[in-house]
Design a protein around this ligand. Structure first.
Ligand SMILES: [Zn+2]
Length: 44
């Protein structure tokens, strides 16, 4: 699921699986559909 987060006075869309941030919700959702990272431990 894509979550939103506030950073630098902007709203970012975050992939819950790997933690990647996107500035466009569409991009985040698209990424998440292909995201197979279920273990984010390597990202600290
Ligand atoms: Zn991801």
């Amino acid at each position: 699921m894509v979550t939103t987060t506030q950073r630098e006075e902007m709203t970012w869309y975050e992939c819950e699986k790997c933690g990647l941030l996107f500035d466009a919700e569409d991009e985040a959702r698209q990424h998440e559909q292909g995201c197979d990272s279920e273990d984010p431990s390597y990202l600290q």
